[in-house]
Each structure stands twice: as C-alpha cells, then as structure tokens.
Design a protein around this ligand. Structure first.
Ligand code: NAD
Ligand code: 89V
Length: 342
C-alpha cells in the first residue's frame, strides 16, 4: 500500500481526497494546510489524524511514498523543491508554476533527485475525451486534418475559486491550460500559435475570452476557444466540445456528452456521459471522475515504474503553449513554441 501525503486541503483538494479513497493500492496518511479550518474539515471528513500546518515538518516526521500538492500556483515551486529535497515522488496541481522558468526549475529539481513528477492535468482523463481519442485511434475517420476544442460557459466559477477574479491572467492560465492540453493529447504537439483574448466581465482583472489557432505541423490545424462570458442554453459547464474532421469522416462531441461519428460505414451516435461517482455531484462529475482516473494512473506508474502521461517533461509543452498564447495576444504575432521550450 503506497503512503501519500496531501499539501493543500482547499476547494479542489476534497476531490483529490475522495479520489484517493476510491483508488486501489494507496492511502493518504497525512495532510497539511496553513489554515486550521481547512485541516479540520479535510481531516474529520476523511478520518486522517496526522495533520500539519507546515509541509517541512510533515516531510520530516512522516514515512511517505509520495506527496500530492493541491495548493494554488504561487507555492508550487517552493513546495516541489522541498519535496524533491526529501527524494519523494510528487504530483503538482495545474497550472505547473508561476513562470516557465519556475516549471523548468521544478523539472530539474525532480530529475536531480531522481523522483517522478506528474502534473495533475486531468481533463485528458475525462471518459468522454478518452472515447474521442479511441475513435480517432481506430482510424475510422482517417487522418485528422482539422480540429476545434471548445469550452464556453457562463458558469460562476468565482464563487468556488475567488482567487480567479484577482489575477491579471485568467481564462488561458486556469481553464485554457486544460483545453490546450486536450488539443495536444488528441492532435499532437504544437509548432506555433496565434491568439486573441479579451475581457467581457467587468468584475474581474484578467481575460475571460480567448481564441487560439494552433499549428500542429504537416497541415494539421486546430482552433481552441474558451469563454466564461457565454450565456447559452443549455449551459455547458464544464464540458469540452470537440469537432474533428478527418480524411474519411468526422467526429463531433456535443454538449450533453453526445458523440456523433461519421465514417464510411455511416453515421452513429454514442451517449458518452461520465458516471456519477458516489461522492461526485453534477455538473462537476466529469471533472471528478477524471481526478479519480489520473490518481489511479499515478499509482499504476509508481507501482510499475512507468512515466506518467502528464509528467513534468510532457506538461511543460502545454504550459509553454499558455505562455505562447499570452505573447501572441499581446503582440498580435504568431509565436513559435520551440524557443520557449529551449
Ligand atoms: P484553494 O485556495 O481553495 O486551496 C488551496 C489550499 O492550499 C488552501 O486551503 C491554502 O490554505 C493551502 N495552502 C496554500 N499554501 C500552502 C502551503 N505552503 N502549505 C500548506 N497549505 C497551503 O484553491 P483550490 O481552488 O483548491 O485550487 C488549488 C489548485 O488546484 C490550483 O492550482 C487550481 O488551479 C487547481 N484546480 C484544479 C482543478 C482541476 O480540474 N485540475 C480544478 C480546480 C482547481
Ligand atoms: O481547473 C480549474 O482550476 C477549474 C476549472 C476546471 C473549472 O477550470 O477552475
């Protein structure tokens, strides 16, 4: 049984703890949060008695196999470097780090310590998105030459995550990072990006609408678009809509988790709704399911010495895309990815 510790017991960490409880071969034996209230809620809800307000103290005292970091981004580098100094494998929530240089430093610290690093980039683990990948990989729609990955909503994200209203960067940093990762997962790495962003909601500091054109090379392009200012019926939160055109057919993942596949054999429909896990609640259940799946993947990777799908080395390519989008939106120019990853 792997022994894990969780740092950060806030809003989203409750999903981590439910996911860990459901996962096989793992137990969260200690938790840490600077806030006594958050520690008490998490500790009492999940029956965890080893509680710490200081991560350094927890790492000194506990016998652990890994650490799960679920704090917000300003703390990621310091906490990852601390965990690496104890030579422990770690998961770090998205977004990876405050800057690209910080993300590179985290990767370097983990490689120097010889420990695995997984970024908790969970959208690609949503079962509807995995079904899309499965259809693509079957070859029945042929070679995909165009895609659109879209997340548009008017959901009040700020009540659960108030810090999102405060940053000068918002939707690309917080949500776009997931949607850009889905684009990479389905269509491959990106060579260059061109983007435009704007702020519609006057009550927040950052941008809440973004439109991005990705060049995946070899003529394959995709459009990634995100909005938190879209009033629509039905409300789409938190679903990712996907359109793919291939040389033999096409695929549409529409709102309501309805997948339409057009292939040479005809058109068919699949309901790819995620399961409602016993601890989950709508409309968050697709995200909650993906948390459980990525955590089980981590256990599998640690037990079998495999590299996580969203390792630091993989996820920095998604994180660099976010930086490229902001650079392109600011300059109005197309931005190449290679220099950012050098
Ligand atoms: P939050 O503010 O509710 O929780 C963060 C917690 O970390 C707080 O309780 C805070 O006291 C604690 N904390 C901060 N620094 C600490 C430190 N040095 N030591 C110990 N505890 C510390 O934030 P949240 O909404 O839960 O978001 C946390 C992270 O999860 C963010 O990076 C966010 O982007 C990410 N997130 C991911 C998803 C997803 O689908 N992957 C969804 C929501 C949030
Ligand atoms: O990932 C996040 O931090 C969330 C959500 C998935 C809703 O975008 O804000």
């Amino acid at each position: 049984m792997l022994r894990g510790a969780l740092i950060g017991c806030g809003f989203f960490a409750m999903n981590h703890l439910h996911g860990w409880k459901q996962a096989e071969g793992v137990e969260i034996v200690a938790i840490c949060d600077r806030s006594p209230e958050r520690l008490k809620i998490a500790g009492d809800t999940f029956g965890i008695s080893a509680r710490y307000s200081d991560a350094a103290e927890m790492l000194k005292k506990e016998k652990l196999d890994f650490v799960d970091i679920a704090t917000t981004v300003p703390t990621h580098r310091a906490l990852c470097e601390l965990v690496a100094s104890h030579k422990l494998p770690m998961i770090c929530q998205k977004p990876f780090a405050p800057t690209l240089d910080d993300a590179k430093a985290i990767i370097a610290a983990c490689e120097k310590a010889g420990v695995p690093l997984m970024i908790h980039e969970n959208f690609r683990w949503q079962s509807a998105i995995r079904k899309v990948k499965q259809v693509m990989d079957s070859g029945e729609i042929g070679d995909v030459f165009w895609g659109r990955i879209s997340f548009r909503s008017g959901y009040d994200i700020f009540s659960g995550q108030p810090y999102l209203a405060e940053g000068t960067r918002f939707i690309v940093d917080d949500l776009g990072v997931h949607v850009l990762d889905v684009a990479r997962f389905l269509l491959g790495d990106v060579k260059a990006v061109s983007a435009r962003t704007t702020r519609v909601n006057p009550n927040i500091k950052g941008e809440d609408v973004a439109t991005m054109l990705l060049d995946h090379g070899a003529g394959l392009t995709s459009v990634v678009d995100c909005s938190y200012s879209t009033k629509q019926e039905p409300e789409g939160f938190p679903e990712t809509v996907i359109e793919l055109d291939g040389t033999k057919g096409s695929l549409r993942l529409n709102l309501g988790y309805q997948l339409k596949v057009t292939a040479p054999s005809g058109t068919r429909f699949h309901d790819v709704s995620p399961p409602l896990l016993p601890w989950a609640s709508k409309p968050w259940h697709n995200i909650q399911e993906s948390v459980a799946l990525i955590e089980q993947h981590w256990v599998d990777c640690l037990q079998n010495n495999k590299e996580p799908a969203t390792s630091g080395r993989d996820n920095i390519k998604t994180f660099a895309l976010v930086e490229a989008v902001y650079q392109s939106a600011a300059s109005g120019q197309t931005v190449a990815l290679a220099p950012l990853l050098a």
